[in-house]
Design a protein around this ligand. Sequence first.
Ligand code: PLP
Length: 472
Amino acid sequence: MSLNAESTAFRSALEVIRAVEPRVADAIGAELADQRESLKLIASENYASPATLLAMGNWFSDKYAEGTVGRRFYAGCQNVDTVEALAAEHAKELFGAAHAYVQPHSGIDANLVAFWAILADRVESPALKKAQVRQVNDLTEADWFALRRELGNQRMLGMSLDAGGHLTHGFRPNISGKMFDQRSYGTDPATGLIDYDRVAEAAREFKPLILVAGYSAYPRKVNFRIMREIADSVGATFMVDMAHFAGLVAGKVFTGDFDPVPHAHIVTTTTHKSLRGPRGGMVLCGPELADQVDRGCPMVLGGPLPHVMAAKAVALAEARRPDFADYAQRIVDNAQALAEGLVRRGTKLVTGGTDNHLVLLDVSGYGLTGRQAEQALLDSGIVTNRNAVPQDPNGAWYTSGIRIGTPALTTRGLGVAEMDATAELIHTVLSQTTPGESKAKYVLDPALADKISKQANELLTGFPLYPAVDLG
Ligand code: PLP
């Protein structure tokens, strides 16, 4: 029997790799086997298509292409131009954006590009102009000193970490927390929802240069029209980091006030997560910021990754197909079914439910920390990650929450019925786990963990991962 194209491609690739370093080929094969067996509920992960994966393993990886399409600092970039232009074109069409910059290597890089573009646009800085003309590596100490004096300490208002914001929105462990004087807005302690009046009040008091919306762990829609009004009322640039929910924007589940693109001055995203592309980032903006955004490399980025831009073009082409909208809707249907299943079983959820792809469990109701719950679930074949809940008494390391998301399981084809079964498995593990003598230790009967693992695996049997890929 002849093999299909996907199986032939991946088998051949592994054979070629095995001839050089067999342990790498084995690890790649083992990763597929592990992913096939685990009930992946990590809200930021997904399974990219074979076409997307294959677009990354080729000669584009060898090419340097600093600059932008048609204006490169290296010769021989005509094919890179083709894929970069294609990725940008698909992104513009998909999201209705005037400009797309597809070079960022990751979400963190996309945010850095956006921050520097906004600073360059908004702050009068002779030193920055010099930096842009002479390239960053040529700056003297005195230039850097002037740059810090002229640009430093600008203000940013973003969502607090424990309410679901992201480290790159001005928090200390990230460079954005050192670049900006940051203040954050939280959520209403009673409802867990963003209180727009409080955001407006904070903006009036703080007068930020940048107002950031977007999150990693907020299970609700954000009204970007209102956020833009708040930004306008204080003269702030409104930036949205849609890394987590870009797939829901692409799939037209988030429209009108909930689609960030028509409302924000600048939008950043990852291309993986719910968008289901390769690991990478992207910036969308209007014509006003386009020139500054295109200076991302070399301002804060190294040379672009043409192989990843090729994969972005493939994944974005996939996201423009009608079936992606159906996929995006099923992500949300599944998340809501999972949330309802958990609530029915007595689990406490932050905000009581979800409007998007993620559900945030407050596991203090089970007497557990997030760390204990995460590990007990992992022992039982359920992959999640711990996450702080608003005003978390256990801090960001141990936490009191578990974040789960449905983009990956939805890609496999699991539906609402399987989500109820998943809720049952999660509830059984958490209700049967007891806290140990530290915030990390716990007790769970290994026989029960084993039984749940088997049930989790059975749940997946009807939904094979990469059904067309047979590694033999
Ligand atoms: N922005 C948000 C909202 C995120 O959730 C993440 C990743 O978790 C990032 C940015 C950073 O993305 P990356 O890991 O690609 O740098």
